[in-house]
Design a protein around this ligand. Structure first.
Ligand code: SF4
Length: 76
């Protein structure tokens, strides 16, 4: 299972995560920040659990590319 977390408030809207993991991230037209698709918000931390290990590589690349390091990806 892959657990992805996005600390959305700190997003600077660079779009890297959308380019690297378009199945999981989209930019919001409302505030220009990244949206972690289908995630749940808990005090600013948006989290999703996915039973698809193939998503890990894309999201891990996005996490490493994020300039403000607000994406966390774990394979548990
Ligand atoms: S890579 Fe990081 S800062 Fe850039 S849009 Fe995605 S979450 Fe925001």
């Amino acid at each position: 299972m892959v657990v992805i977390t996005l600390q959305r408030d700190k997003c600077i809207g660079c779009n890297y995560c959308v380019e690297l993991a378009p199945r999981q991230f989209q930019m919001s037209k409302k505030d220009g920040k990244a949206v972690l698709l289908h995630s749940k918000d808990k005090k600013g931390f948006h989290t999703i659990k996915i039973f698809d290990d193939f998503i890990f590589d894309d999201c891990d690349k996005a996490a490493k590319a994020c300039p403000v390091k607000i994406i966390n990806v774990k394979n548990v």
